[in-house]
Design a protein around this ligand. Structure first.
Ligand code: EPU
Length: 422
């Protein structure tokens, strides 16, 4: 069994470098399948979700040449099959991008129903709706999703019923090589949606409007090979360190981020009493007092990201007064509040709302990472708490944060990685 032991309390201080964005990389890797040739990728985060995706690509016939752990050339000229293994694709959510990319290139595709963090119901009806509108036949049976087409996918106007990151990106992937023009309305505007469009456009795709409510894709015959692309920095990793700096009343320079992407988080930190200064592609966060109470309502970008909700809750748990969280994206994202209660936090969560009565101190305790972002929150809580905090189920954290222990320890935290037994 693996665990982190966080010895608290500590004040985070210093400089941290942000890695490439997980949620862009998990879409760009399958997007490379649309190229019958080579792509060069930089700033790819070295995390377990990405290693799993690279394994899936290799199982499909991709040849991967590593220049470093964050830079590689992917050659998809020998990919001949669109049958992705159940074991590999059932492990994580983003395997659904193989539907759009493989159906863009081949006549049929089979993947398992996607797994991933347990955040409540995670339907894929909008992904299926998009593929069907483009002319594919899609069936979900025995835990697998099968999609096939008898001719090229054909661009049409499509209105998404809910704003979905995954369905927006899958639509972009499926339409890139389709015949004609697709107009996608009510789409997600997250930075990683824009990054996927920029990556495909750098190879000759014709995708306009990514980052707005309407995306227009004119299908092209093929994409150019031998392109080179650097993935954007991870908004949520940067946000995690911003909140960690404020929660520990520290002084941290977060390097290599895109301050524009951080605005919803920056605004809440300033409301809570932190000082946030943008310096080019860096952000400095300092805090020297107890946080003020704040209300957080999660929304699609440019609203406050659901993936920052558990981390921000640590600041609220320490605030001088009562705070509130309204979760508008995922139906069950509050499991972690029971773990924080073990550490002395006072939180009452019902339905999509949590009310947090701030306390002066948290105390170390054994806690579980219920999901990736909840795990990051447990680490921040452990840095704040008196005594030591054992964080279990850390495989969730390792899915999405590169070198998290070294990065926190580089700022003055004291976190041990411990592996017990076999
Ligand atoms: N939804 C539907 N039908 C669909 C798709 C989504 O009803 O076909 C609903 C969902 O139930 C949810 C809402 O739409 O209520 C938004 O879901 P979305 O599709 O945007 O989420 P996702 O693409 O599955 C991505 C991130 C998540 C992040 C969400 C929201 C990836 C691989 N995952 O998930 O990231 O929470 O967007 O921003 O990009 C994480 O990184 O920790 C993580 C969970």
């Amino acid at each position: 069994m693996e665990k982190f032991v966080v010895h608290g309390p500590c004040r985070l201080q210093g400089t941290v470098n942000i890695s490439g964005a997980k949620n862009a990389a998990v879409a760009i890797l399958p997007a490379t399948l649309l190229v019958d040739g080579k792509c060069h990728l930089e700033n790819v985060p070295d995390i377990s979700d990405i290693r799993a995706y690279l394994e899936i690509l290799e199982s499909l016939g991709s040849k991967i040449t590593y220049i470093s752990k964050n830079e590689m050339i992917i050659d998809n000229s020998d990919v001949g099959s669109a049958l992705a293994s159940y074991d590999l694709t059932s492990k994580f959510r983003a395997s659904y991008y193989l539907l759009g990319s493989l159906l863009g290139r081949f006549n049929s595709v089979q993947i398992s129903l996607p797994g991933g963090c347990n955040l409540g119901a995670r339907p894929i009806d909008q992904h299926i709706k998009v593929l069907e509108k483009l002319g594919a036949e899609v069936n979900v049976m025995h835990g697998n999703v099968y999609a096939k087409r008898t001719s090229k996918l054909i661009g049409v106007p499509i209105f998404l019923d809910v704003v979905s990151v995954g369905a927006t990106i899958n639509a972009i992937l499926a339409c890139t090589l389709a015949d004609g023009i697709t107009v996608l309305e009510n789409v997600a505007k997250e930075p990683h949606v824009v990054d996927v469009a920029n990556f495909l456009n750098s190879m000759g795709a014709k995708i306009k409007g990514a980052g707005t409510d309407v995306i227009r894709i004119t299908g092209v015959e093929s994409l150019k090979q031998n392109s080179s692309y650097s993935i954007i920095p991870d908004q949520i990793e940067a946000g995690t360190f911003m909140v960690a700096a404020a929660a520990t009343r520290g002084d941290v320079l977060i390097k290599n981020c895109i301050p524009k992407h951080m605005e919803p988080i920056t605004a809440k930190l300033i409301e809570a009493g932190a000082t946030v200064i943008e310096e080019g592609s860096n952000i400095r966060v300092t805090m020297d007092k107890r946080p003020l109470p704040i209300t957080v309502k999660t929304m699609p970008y440019p609203g406050f990201p659901t993936d920052m909700q558990p981390q921000m809750c640590i600041l609220q748990a320490l605030a001088n007064g009562s705070s509130m969280i309204v979760e508008n994206i995922w139906e069950s994202r509050f499991h972690y509040t029971d773990e924080l209660s073990k550490m002395g936090a006072t939180i009452s969560a019902h339905g999509n709302t949590a009310v947090i009565t701030g306390v002066e101190k948290l105390y170390g305790s054994p806690v579980i990472s219920h999901d990736l972002r909840a795990g990051a929150a447990m680490i921040i809580a452990g840095c704040v708490a008196e005594g030591y905090t054992e964080v279990y189920s850390i495989e969730h954290i390792l899915r999405g944060y590169e070198n998290i222990v070294d990065k926190f320890n580089g700022l003055g935290a004291n976190i041990e990685y411990i592996k017990e037994g076999n």
